[in-house]
Design a protein around this ligand. Structure first.
Ligand code: PAN
Ligand code: ZN
Length: 206
């Protein structure tokens, strides 16, 4: 899906990035907090059908999918330059909802370049990030909400979870060479899940 009119396609020198080589409309970018839309940029949409295998309660997943295929989240990526030391970022919106007792969530991934860290900045709503260290398997559940930053170290799988009643909107800022590796999580998923218990998020084993 495209936000607004006219997708911009441009190429960057991958060795050295000069200020003059950045398109003016990549230097300052306006975005919408109600849709995570950025005019002219492609938006990746993930519907319930795209998250097969992500939720713990597979029967609840199939039952809900038989009724409707709602949009769970959307991400608009901004990639001003791809040279050494440059940054990319993604504006995400994750809608509220649950499959069984498990809150709506993103697929989750490692970075292809494992050492690449990421900063998440919460802009609207309330949620959590589930982090999982690749080597030790240690899990951490940390808050992501408006006026809150989350640091995702390298070598750490990360998944965003909306635990509130409103859309969760956030920016993820990462090195331009980070890349996304969905394969490891798709094959074994996160070790922990976040369920609603007495109206509150609760971390438990899968
Ligand atoms: C984010 C994520 C975004 C969607 O921009 O890509 O939250 O989650 P999935 O990519 O797991 O579907 C990010 O972490 N980028 O690196
Ligand atoms: Zn990431």
């Amino acid at each position: 899906m495209l936000c607004g009119r006219g997708a911009l396609i441009h190429f960057q020198n991958s060795k050295k990035t000069m200020l003059s080589s950045i398109l003016p409309n990549d230097l300052s970018v306006a975005f919408a907090l109600d849709s995570a839309c950025i005019a002219g940029r492609p938006m990746v949409e993930r519907r319930l059908s795209d998250l097969r295998g992500c939720f713990a309660d597979q029967a609840a997943y199939e039952a809900d999918l038989a009724v409707a295929n709602p949009l769970l989240y959307a991400v608009t990526a901004v990639e001003p330059a791809s040279g050494d030391g440059q940054l990319h970022y993604g504006l995400g919106i994750l809608y509220p909802g649950k499959i069984g007792e498990e809150y709506y969530l993103t697929k989750g991934h490692y970075h292809l370049h494992r050492a690449a860290a990421e900063i998440y900045v919460g802009l609207r709503g309330q949620g959590m990030m589930l982090l999982e260290d690749e080597a030790s398997g240690e899990s951490r559940l940390v808050e992501l909400r408006q006026n809150c930053c989350v640091y995702v170290p390298g070598h750490t799988a990360h998944r965003t979870i909306n635990t509130g009643p409103d859309p969760l909107v956030y920016l993820g800022i990462y090195p331009s060479n980070a890349g996304h590796d969905y394969g490891a999580i798709a094959s074994r998923n996160f070790r922990k899940i976040v369920l609603e218990h007495d109206g509150k998020p609760f971390l438990t084993n899968r």
